[in-house]
Each structure stands twice: as C-alpha cells, then as structure tokens.
Design a protein around this ligand. Structure first.
Ligand SMILES: [Zn+2]
Ligand SMILES: [Zn+2]
Length: 248
C-alpha cells in the first residue's frame, strides 16, 4: 500500500501529466512535447508591437511603428491569444490558477534562453503592477506569477518603486479607442530609477495602451530602454493568418 502511494505521488507530483492529453509531461512541465508544438506560436511579428507582419515581408517593423514609434522599444509575444492560451490566461486571472502561471512562465523562460538571452547584463524585470485595490481583490499579480520562473533562473526584479497609482476601469471592458485615455497617468515612479534597461512582463497585450503608458512613465523617470515580454497578443480581425502559426 505504501509503495502504491509512493508510485502515485511520483507519477502525479514528480512527473506531471500533460494538461491537454494526459501523456507524461516534458521536462517537469504539465505539457508534452507534441502538445507544446501545437500551441499557437506567434512567428514573424513586428519587433515593437508584436502584431503579425505579412508573409514574405522583409521589414522587422510594421508600418504603424515605422511611422509613429511607440514608447516601447521592443515587444515579444510568445503566443497568439487563441485556444488553449486564451482559456489558460482566463483561469489564471479569474480562477486563481497559479499552476498555469508557472507553466506559462517556464515556456517564456525556455524561449528567452533558446533565443540567446544573456543572463549577465540582462534587463531588470518589472511585472506590470496592479492597483492595490485590484491586487487585494485578486490576491496576487498574475504578471509577477508569470515572472517567477525567470527570477528563479537568475533574472533580477527591478528595484524601482513603480505603482499603479490611479485605479482604472479594466482595459478589457473598454473599446480600443477609449483604452489610451483610460490608462493615461495611471502609473507613477517614486524615487530614483536605478535600472537603465527594463523588461516589462505581462499576460496579454491587446492595444498596447497599458504597456506603452508604463514605458512612457519609466522613460520620463530616467529609463533608457524599455522592452516587454507578454504571453499572448490579440489581433485585429483578419490579422491572424499571416504571422500566427501552430507549428514551431
Ligand atoms: Zn499532450
Ligand atoms: Zn508594430
């Protein structure tokens, strides 16, 4: 009986199962390799806003970023906001599903390491802050939870005292044209900013209004460069096809 329990614990805890097909997970993750390779990876997208670029485009920037550069210097989105990533993020934000934060953070870390992110001299991480009212209601900041595997593997959290000082309506509840106005002036930085290069971490990028407002605030406080890594990028209608792919 004891051995059965040990086997059970070993199989359930030490070797997690794939959350999509229940096969043994890969490298300690709740995901097997075939299912990981089916996730809606975002390929060939604009380096500043992560929107898909047309097939065959030689540029690394979209026309909008070329003509009107955003405050963010660079943005990397791991996935398109498509199944199953959209459901996972929903349960992370609204269902206290912190196991999903760990899985998504591990996938982001693996991608950054594979892409040659040098740990020495790497930018300081800043998970996008929540207003204290929302943080109290939710109990955790999902962006910090996503960042934890990166922190455990040697990246530093920024020491800057950046806050969401103004409570705003949830961006997801507003039409795109109102999001910039809603978020304007929502962040503040207290004291001196010590990190010249900051990497923002967030779960989803929709219009980019939140990330760009935060980048603008950090630059006004002295940051020389602000990039962002997000788990998923939403698209305008008709933009899914060119850059998003279900193959790695
Ligand atoms: Zn699987
Ligand atoms: Zn762009």
């Amino acid at each position: 009986m004891v051995y059965n329990w040990l086997d059970y614990i070993r199989s359930r805890v030490l070797s997690p199962r794939c959350r999509l097909c229940l096969a043994p997970g890969e490298a300690g993750l709740e995901l097997c390799r075939p299912c990981r390779e089916e996730l809606p990876r975002l390929l060939h997208s604009c380096q500043r806003c992560s929107l898909p670029l047309p097939d065959g485009a030689r540029t690394v920037l979209c026309a909008a970023c070329l003509h009107n550069p955003p405050a963010l210097d660079g943005c990397f989105a791991l996935f398109g906001y498509q199944p199953p990533i959209d459901q996972w993020i929903h349960s992370l934000k609204f269902g206290r599903d912190l196991a999903t934060a760990r899985l998504l953070g591990e996938l982001l870390l693996a991608e950054l390491v594979a892409g040659g992110l040098p740990m020495a001299g790497a930018p300081a991480l800043l998970p996008v802050p929540l207003h204290t009212r929302r943080l109290r209601r939710r109990g955790y900041n999902q962006s910090l939870e996503i960042a934890r595997p990166l922190i455990r593997n040697g990246l530093d959290l920024s020491g800057c005292r950046c806050q969401r000082s103004r409570h705003t309506s949830a961006q997801s509840s507003l039409p795109a044209r109102h999001r910039h106005r809603n978020i304007r002036g929502a962040f503040s930085v207290r004291g001196r900013l010590e990190d010249p290069h900051i990497l923002l971490i967030d779960d989803v990028m929709t219009t980019g209004a939140t990330l760009n407002e935060l980048a603008r605030t950090l630059k006004a406080a002295g940051a020389a460069r602000v990039d962002a890594c997000v788990i998923a990028r939403t698209f305008k209608q008709g933009q899914e096809a060119p850059g998003a792919s279900t193959t790695p």
